[in-house]
Design a protein around this ligand. Structure first.
Ligand code: EPZ
Length: 422
């Protein structure tokens, strides 16, 4: 297990390229299993979660060739013969649960392990299962697995309302329906760019999906989907993370390239209240920070609301704001494991139910802290970069799941991060 040794404070000055999106890539990989010919995906990031999902897919007999250097991946399901996604792989990464929809779509059956809980509490999949039952898929649970099957080549379909709206359930149900459901309507569907991209790629492959980008998706089965060449989106959460990191130190001046700013939803509305200079020009976002950072309270919501995946990063930024602010998470109610660690660095944060109150401005100082999950870990890195002195961030394997070349990107713009074996 590696750890980071970080010296601070360091302003960030220079250009950071944004990598492909982790959360958008995996549904595209899963969708490739539905095609009768190979699919080539571009802008696929070199991340542990991607390599884990590659292993899960290869378990079925599908071939996956990933050229990390060019971030491109070719998937060929010609030899798909095993419709099982085993516990030892699925437990490592929740998105492996997309295999349920992909295998129902490809083979009409699946045996998929239930995913493990997440660092901030159990993460249910009841909406996925109820949605498939509403579609006409037979679902049974046993020994920690989901057994899915359909009696004929297709199911009648029907209608299902997601409550709450769930990104994963929307993705899974779309994957299962496009080749199997005569007509299936998903209400209160997630509208994240990840869902839109998946639907657009499936339509390019030959699927029949109406309502893309809205909260009602209507799917009608087609008999065949063909492989395509398709590009992944850049990672909007990575872009948002680096925008926040650039606002942490008063002298930072950072340019992000390869972005899709229109996918940031309402995040820029809050960001523009900070008092930092933020200019957007096509796919380039430039942030010039300020020594008079304003406290800005936010509440996370499903897309296009403030993303829960930027909640920890925002609370960390608020330690540097001149005043008190609150961050409320309405998507996950206990995603605050970073708070005790941030307080060890000198932050003044207090959690009550699903809200954290941050009193700023506090001078952070170096300490040893523990990563607990992907977004908490990057928040501790951001805090350590402005803390006075030396910090040690333990268990950085969490970071390697979701940020491609994080320390290289940050060191190139002035950070001082050393990765050492723990
Ligand atoms: C996706 O997770 C993302 N993961 C998460 O990003 C992100 O935080 C989340 O969407 C919300 O935007 C990937 O895309 C791989 P949900 P997902 O189903 O699909 C409840 C990161 O840091 N729910 O939209 O699992 C659930 O408990 C990760 O990159 C049910 O109740 O999230 C939550 O409260 C973390 N029953 C809410 O819905 C279900 O069957 C939203 O979860 C499914 C979900």
């Amino acid at each position: 297990m590696d750890k980071f040794i970080i010296e601070g404070p360091t302003p960030l000055k220079g250009t950071i390229p944004i990598s492909g999106s982790k959360n958008a890539a995996m549904p595209l990989m899963a969708a490739s299993l539905l095609a009768s010919s190979p699919t080539k995906l571009n802008l696929i990031p070199r991340l542990n979660d991607i390599y884990t999902f590659k292993k899960v897919i290869e378990e079925t007999g599908t071939s996956v060739v990933f050229d990390g250097g060019s971030n491109s991946m070719v998937l060929n399901p010609a030899n798909l013969h095993n419709t099982e996604a085993p516990y030892e792989l699925v437990r490592r990464m929740r998105a492996s649960f997309y295999m349920l929809g992909a295998l129902i779509g490809n083979a009409g059956e699946a045996k998929v392990s239930l995913p493990g809980g997440c660092a901030w509490g159990p993460r249910p999949v009841d909406l996925h299962l109820k949605g498939f039952e509403a579609m006409g898929v037979k679902i049974k649970l046993g020994q920690g697995y989901v057994f899915a099957s359909i009696d004929n080549a297709s199911v009648e379909g029907g209608e299902f309302t997601l409550n709450p709206s769930s990104v994963g359930a929307t993705i899974n149900l779309v994957l299962g329906a496009v080749k199997r459901a005569k007509k299936f309507v998903i209400k209160n569907a997630a509208k994240e760019p990840d869902v839109v991209l998946l639907c657009r790629m499936l339509v390019e492959m030959g699927a029949d999906i109406e309502g893309i980008g809205t909260d009602t998706l209507t799917i009608q089965k087609v008999d065949e989907l063909k492989g395509v060449e398709y590009s992944n989106d850049p990672d909007r959460i990575e872009a948002g993370t680096f925008m926040i990191a650039a606002a942490m130190h008063p002298e930072s001046d950072v340019t992000l390239t390869g972005c899709r700013p229109e996918q940031l939803g309402k995040f820029p509305e809050s960001f523009n209240k900070l008092g930092v200079e933020c200019t957007i020009d096509g796919s380039v976002i430039r942030i010039k920070s300020t020594d008079n950072l304003q406290p800005v309270s936010v509440t996370t919501k499903i897309y296009p609301g403030f993303p829960t995946d930027l909640q920890a990063q925002w609370a960390t930024l608020m330690t540097q704001a001149g005043g008190t602010s609150m961050v409320t998470d309405t998507v996950y109610f206990d995603r605050f494991s970073y708070v005790p660690e941030l307080n060890r660095l000198g932050g003044n944060l207090k959690v009550e139910k699903n809200r954290v109150t941050i009193v700023g401005k506090t001078q952070l100082s170096g300490a040893s802290v523990m990563s607990t999950d992907l977004r908490a870990s990057v928040s501790l890195v951001m805090a350590a970069m402005v803390a006075k002195g030396t910090s040690e961030i333990l268990r950085v394997y969490h970071l390697d799941r979701g940020y491609e070349q994080l320390e290289e990107k940050l060191n190139r713009v002035g950070a001082s991060i050393k990765r050492v074996p723990q």
